[in-house]
Design a protein around this ligand. Structure first.
Ligand code: BEZ
Ligand code: FE
Length: 286
């Protein structure tokens, strides 16, 4: 068969016909169909196609052991969030992207500990319960937390400035399924812009900011692990997150409190901020 614009898609699909793994065959068949349709629609010039390859090459070259520029590209194109959402389990807290800053083990901490190792900003108490989707509290659930500081930097972005482990903690819920820790209210921040994905955002006049959030991975026996954030209500960029990761159900009030008794009970000074919410896990399918 001659390779021309009418036969191209079928020719490439046919070349994958003997792929033994049926799922891989399905993926390649659809990839060929969509990729060829895209090229047929936009009809790139040879120079434009070279530029596309140069861009993807630059994305690959920017990847290191501690930086994943391809994940960042998938994030800003909304693909990470789409894959996350399509794989979400029903009935629990909504999930959202993992992001690139969970790159180190979170230090184990006791309930009530502070993950703020600097102590320069207004204290914030974060508390709540881990529940199963039928409302049953889940004791000894693992709550892995990481966040940037009040200026918008993760500890790994400022070695030598922030202590390692600042803004991170690995907690286990108490017999009533409760978790509780002290921290600071995180700031909004830009995703890394010093690579090809940053140049891509600049070329498209998109800002690189993420709204303020705290990351969580929650695990409990018999339940599907949950990767999510809580977002600080009222902050900037909730409507235009650079990686499309905001879900309304994840926006939480970080209310100001002047309650001296509660401050003393929790080892903070009033006035402090307080965010209270439950994290709900779906049962693992049987
Ligand atoms: C983050 O929230 O840590 C993040 C997520 C996606 C891209 C960059 C940062
Ligand atoms: Fe983050």
């Amino acid at each position: 068969m001659d390779f021309n614009k009418d036969t191209a898609t079928r020719a490439v699909q046919d070349s994958f016909r003997e792929t033994p793994d049926p799922r891989l065959r399905e993926l390649l068949d659809a990839l060929t169909r969509h990729l060829h349709a895209f090229v047929g629609e936009v009809r790139p010039t040879i120079r434009e196609w070279e530029q596309a390859i140069e861009f993807l090459t630059a994305v690959g070259r920017a990847c290191t052991d501690t930086r994943q520029e391809f994940v960042l590209l998938s994030d800003v194109l909304g693909v990470s969030m789409l894959v996350e959402t399509l794989n979400e389990s029903e009935g629990g807290t909504e999930s959202t992207v993992l992001g690139p800053f969970h790159m180190v083990e979170s230090p184990p901490r006791a309930l009530g500990d502070s993950i703020d190792l600097v102590g320069e900003a207004q204290p914030c108490l974060v508390s709540g319960r881990v529940l199963s989707s039928d409302g049953t509290p889940l004791p000894d659930a693992e709550v892995d937390v990481w966040q940037c500081d009040e200026k918008g930097f993760y500890d790994v972005q400022q070695p030598g400035v922030q202590p390692s482990g600042n803004g991170r903690g690995l907690f286990h819920t108490d017999p009533e399924g409760r978790f509780r820790f002290r921290t600071v209210v995180p700031s909004h921040y830009p995703i890394p812009t010093d690579g090809p994905v940053g140049r891509f955002l600049g070329a498209t006049r998109r800002h690189p900011y993420r709204p303020a959030h705290i990351h969580f991975i929650v695990r409990a026996a018999g339940h599907t692990p949950l990767t999510t954030h809580v977002f600080v209500a009222g902050g900037p960029y909730l409507e235009s997150d650079a990686v499309f990761a905001v879900k309304q159900s994840l926006i939480v009030d970080f209310a100001e409190s002047g309650d001296e008794e509660e401050a003393e009970r929790n080892g903070v000074q009033a006035p402090f901020r307080h965010a209270e919410f439950d994290l709900i896990l779906s049962r693992e399918p049987t």
